[in-house]
Ligand binder design. Structure first.
Ligand SMILES: *Cc1c(COP(=O)(O)O)cnc(C)c1O
Length: 329
């Protein structure tokens, strides 16, 4: 993955993917003593940055591959993004998911024109169905993070941040499989080598952090979290994102459910933004005082907004850990 790959992705999908605003947060700037800018990527078409990687991947296929159709296993945002990206190019996306995926996300993906297949009760079983469709029907797999075209697409967010905040000293980026973090860090460090990039994720199932600590991809137990878009592993046969995150990320910081809830509440009450748990981890880390050595302007990526509105309302009303019973069970 080079900066040229990321620049090529930006050119390729220009006009299909929004350049999202980066706006000042007066309240976080005051609290941190440095300018804090919020990258409003939750305003991206389909409600998350996943459209960048999915669009770059679909546009990188041959016409013949696009005609066969694309397929992925997804817990939601990648599925939405791939459904939209495929339809925009006249291709059909088949999205495989487990029974655990919330109904609002399933119906949204259907609405975007995808063929949805509900199989099994784990992401692994959904992935087996993907592999079957690739082998038997010739569909082309577009994975949610561990793919060079996907990482390059997510990296365009890093290019935008450096253009919008040229003196940025620190970028806060949510991490699950690491496609977003790897791409953003590659872009930011190519343009501004001294800028730090710190990954944020939830204590409940921090697969990348556990893998970096172990020196190789490891499995972690999946538990329900407010940051549901950060669930799932990094893949034991990870090819792209593990190595990039190991080389490029300055740190990964873990957040409790209460801290993530506080981040969501701050986004709504102070910034007037509806952000899902995964998208609020950067704000959460600043509010929790978990970011040390602040020495210059900070860019915080708000990565998505696809939260069930009933859940959002209960968090706004003070709920700090709606999943504690399930997580303890
Ligand atoms: C997928 C996702 C992430 C994590 O991205 P990875 O590339 O898997 O690390 C963060 N936030 C939101 C909203 C997402 O959908």
């Amino acid at each position: 993955m080079t900066i040229e790959d990321i620049e090529a992705a930006a050119r390729r999908f220009s006009g299909r993917v929004l350049t999202t605003p980066l706006v000042a947060s007066p309240s976080l700037s005051k609290r941190c003593g440095v300018p804090v800018g919020l990258k409003l990527e939750h305003h991206q078409t389909t409600g998350s940055f996943k459209l960048r990687g999915a669009t770059n991947a679909v546009l990188s296929l041959s016409n013949e591959e696009r005609a066969r159709g694309v397929v992925a296993a997804s817990t939601g945002n990648h599925g939405r993004a791939l459904a939209h990206a495929a339809r925009a190019e006249g291709s059909l996306a088949t999205i495989c998911m487990s029974h655990l995926v919330p109904e609002n996300k399933v119906s949204e993906i259907r609405r975007l024109g995808a063929d949805v297949r509900i199989v099994g009760s784990s992401q692994d079983e959904a992935q087996e169905e993907v592999e079957r469709l690739v082998a038997e029907k010739g569909l082309v797999m577009v994975p949610p993070f561990d793919h060079p075209a996907v990482v390059a697409g997510q990296g365009t967010l890093g290019l935008e941040i450096v253009e919008q905040m040229p003196d940025v000293a620190l970028v806060l980026v949510p991490v699950s499989g690491g496609g977003l973090a790897a791409g953003v860090a590659a872009a930011v460090k190519a343009r501004r080598p001294a800028t730090r990039v710190i990954g944020l994720t939830m204590e409940r199932g921090a697969a990348m952090q556990a893998s970096l600590a172990a020196g190789k991809p490891v499995l972690v137990e999946e538990q329900p979290s407010l940051a549901d878009s950060l669930g799932g592993g990094i893949g034991l046969d990870n090819r792209v994102t593990f190595r990039m995150c190991r080389e490029l990320l300055d740190d990964i910081i873990l957040l409790t459910e209460g801290e993530i809830a506080a981040g969501m509440r701050h986004a709504y009450a102070e910034e007037r933004e509806i952000v899902e748990g995964a998208g609020a981890v950067g704000i959460a880390a600043l509010l929790a005082g978990k970011i040390n050595d602040i020495d210059g302007p900070i860019a915080v990526i708000l990565s998505g907004r696809n939260v069930h509105m009933g859940l959002h309302l209960s968090v706004m009303n003070g709920e700090t850990d709606p999943f504690r019973k399930e997580a303890a069970a």
